[in-house]
Design a protein around this ligand. Sequence first.
Ligand code: SF4
Ligand code: SF4
Length: 62
Amino acid sequence: MTAVIEVSCINCDMCVPECPNQAIFMGAQHYQVDAELCTECEGFYDNPTCIAVCPIDCIEIV
Ligand code: SF4
Ligand code: SF4
């Protein structure tokens, strides 16, 4: 399971500094999540914090 950022991401930067694992990086068109680094925030937050802060709700857990 990992967070995935959808193509509707507006690159607002809100989620980037919130990730405890530095798993979010700028891809070719929009931010993406490195599935090797994403732990769904386990040990840091009760729920994925990137999802909590995203203003347009474009992140999902898959
Ligand atoms: S779910 Fe947590 S660890 Fe995974 S990308 Fe989002 S903020 Fe980072
Ligand atoms: S908070 Fe949402 S819209 Fe903003 S950069 Fe992150 S994924 Fe994209």
